[in-house]
Design a protein around this ligand. Structure first.
Ligand code: NAD
Ligand code: UD1
Length: 358
């Protein structure tokens, strides 16, 4: 099916999973940069209110509000997705590209319910790619993860390192990368693909109106620190202080969610103005921070003591995961702008102002 139509000047981007933590911050960034966006989200792990907050940040500016359209639905529902593409086309906007955030993201849950992860993440992506092909949409930025590298002993990690995920969640991310690679290599393909391998996004928009809202007890370190600071939990468990790192606790590459959002905008700009290609990019700061470093920084920046206890290592954990981010910095017109102080201040500002989330 080939559709030809008049394009308006602004690019139109479909954002799957756009109500979620990273998706909503990215929508904000795209709107600021004058993209029109269509969000598809089932809200299985997010609130519709995140997008309402975007409107608040833009002070209910009517022009901006017209540039964001929301459809609640599941990306595995082919009929629904076709309708979204068709409706946009009928309104005079061909979808120029997709940022694909929609997915389930808990490692623990994926070990308990692997089929649910394969179905949601991989089947969902297959349906999305089929519908994109039908509507001649050839640009996709995919939310991959540093978790695809598995337990690599060498940090910083380069994109050329071996992919060997350790759990079903990571395997779904690696499988989607393989699928995109296979389609890209096929002779008929004009696909433009970027697999963004995120490291550890934390923090929130500086307004305190948007942030991360873990619906259950969080597994990740930063949201847990925030809940201890808020008094919801008495103490933080540190999973081991006998790791081969400078202070014995796990080292990660934390990146401010707005820096990550801006990386998506830069990636889209890059893909849309270049030839068909597939790129894998690490999106991190390149700086390793230990659990103790993060607790100390949070305490100093926000003047709150975080009680903690050292407990056994968490199964499946690795000592250190830090990005070599040179490829992203050299290819994209992007580099991280915010430091750990900003991450701790903005993350706590969000938590403090929204103790019960949205
Ligand atoms: P999130 O859960 O806040 O956002 C994901 C969004 O996708 C949610 O709004 C959810 O409702 C939606 N969704 C899930 N399955 C869907 C489906 N079948 N159809 C429609 N919508 C669906 O997570 P996030 O932290 O914003 O992560 C976004 C993406 O980035 C995910 O794919 C995640 O795996 C990946 N990622 C996240 C991290 C992280 O630390 N947050 C790290 C690496 C990669
Ligand atoms: C986890 C996931 C990873 C996913 C990433 C981002 C696991 C094994 N890995 O990675 O696949 O891509 O989140 O969503 O779940 N820590 C504590 N106490 C806590 C929580 C964490 O000490 O209560 C430590 C961990 O041992 C680790 C560091 O803090 O050293 C960061 O942990 P976390 O925030 O869960 O991120 P990752 O382990 O990188």
């Amino acid at each position: 099916m080939v559709f030809k139509l008049l394009r308006k000047h602004m690019k139109t981007i479909l954002v799957t999973g756009g109500s979620g933590f990273i998706g909503s911050h990215t929508c904000l960034c795209l709107l600021k940069n004058k993209y029109k966006i269509i969000v598809v989200d089932s809200n299985v792990n997010s609130s519709k209110l995140s997008l309402k907050m975007i409107k608040k940040i833009f002070d209910q500016n009517k022009e901006v509000m017209e540039e964001i359209i929301f459809h609640q639905g599941d990306i595995r529902d082919e009929k629904f997705l076709k309708k979204v593409f068709l409706k946009s086309l009928n309104n005079g906007y061909q979808i120029d590209g997709v940022i694909h955030f929609a997915g389930l993201k808990s490692v623990e849950e994926s070990i308990k319910y692997p089929l649910m992860y394969w179905d949601n993440n991989v089947s969902g992506t297959l349906t999305l790619i089929k519908v994109m092909e039908l509507f001649n949409c050839e640009t996709i930025v995919f939310s991959s993860s540093a978790t695809v590298y598995g337990s690599s002993e060498i940090s910083p990690l380069k994109e050329s390192f071996e992919i060997k995920p350790l759990n079903p969640y990571g395997q779904t991310k690696a499988t989607i990368e393989y699928i995109l690679d296979g389609i890209f290599r096929s002779s008929k393909s004009n696909l433009k693909v970027a697999n963004l391998r995120y490291f550890n996004p934390i923090g929130a928009h500086c307004s305190g109106l948007m942030g991360e809202e873990p619906l259950n007890k969080p597994n990740n370190l930063f949201p847990y620190i925030c809940l201890v600071a808020a008094g919801k939990y008495k103490k933080l468990n540190i999973y081991g202080n006998d790791w081969p790192t400078f202070d014995g606790t796990g080292v990660r590459d934390y990146i401010h969610v707005m820096d990550l959002a801006e990386a998506h905008f830069s990636t889209l700009k890059f893909l849309l103005s270049n030839k068909a290609q597939l790129i894998n990019l690490n999106i991190g700061t390149g700086i390793g921070t230990s659990v103790l470093d993060l607790i100390n920084k949070f305490s100093v920046v926000n003047d709150i003591i975080i009680p903690f206890e050292i407990v056994d290592r968490r199964p499946g954990d690795v000592a250190s995961l830090v990005a070599n981010n040179q490829k992203a910095i050299s290819i994209l017109d992007w580099k991280p702008q915010r430091d750990l102080n900003n991450m701790c201040a903005d993350g706590w500002n969000w938590q403090k102002r929204n103790p019960n989330g949205y």
